[in-house]
Design a protein around this ligand. Sequence first.
Ligand code: PEP
Length: 257
Amino acid sequence: MQTMRKQIAAANWKMNLTYQQGEKLLDDILGESIKLFAHQQVIFAVPFPYLLMSRSEVADEYNYFVSAQNCYHKKSGAFTGEISAEMLHSIGVPYCVIGHSERREYFNETNAMLADKVNLCLENSVTPIFCCGEPLSIREAGTQNEYVATQLKESLFHLSAKDLKDIIIAYEPIWAIGTGKTATTEQAQEIHAYLRSVLAGQYGQHTADEVSILYGGSVKASNAAEIFACPDVDGGLVGGASLVAADFTEIIRSLKA
Ligand code: PEP
């Protein structure tokens, strides 16, 4: 690796916290005044109604950003209750989580639909944080590599190398999300290196080396440093522990310096 890839601590609040609780959480985290290096970023994926408030909270902070947790897979139109990538762009939201396993599972999002979401995000200058990861049955069968490679191929491999470089990938084994069960550092490094090799096979090593691949799945203050130290792990997408200021600030401090 010649230059350090972006190292990212991304918080996924999911459907938690009231507006006031969210505002206080941001105040508490930002109040710690953690200064980030140029290659480090902190991203808060907050519920839609909190995006503008969160954006103004981080506005004066270097390398702190907000993200949506989802957007719709169509450009615009009669889709009551949905939010488009263009709408996100119009309020200055720079990131959007795409294909979180909860959306794949509870909202039947398919790889093809996620490819459309990725395209719409890129067309609107919104960077996708693209999630992939296998369920427990696949891990137990030992076919996790093929499973995640298919997710990448079907949702991302139509992109140019230039567009791919704009994407953040989050590998999140479903059996580790919200379960307290974390992948071992060996498991995380192994599959992150594999994902990078899949990217290299399609786009070349140079491009693959530029893509940040985050780990997600029960990252905590106590295990973040160990996981983030893996050479192919470029930070984390964090659910539960991102809701507690002291825990998330420790996770930010665990990013590779
Ligand atoms: C997530 O929501 O993406 C996640 C990884 O959750 P948790 O950290 O709670 O496992």
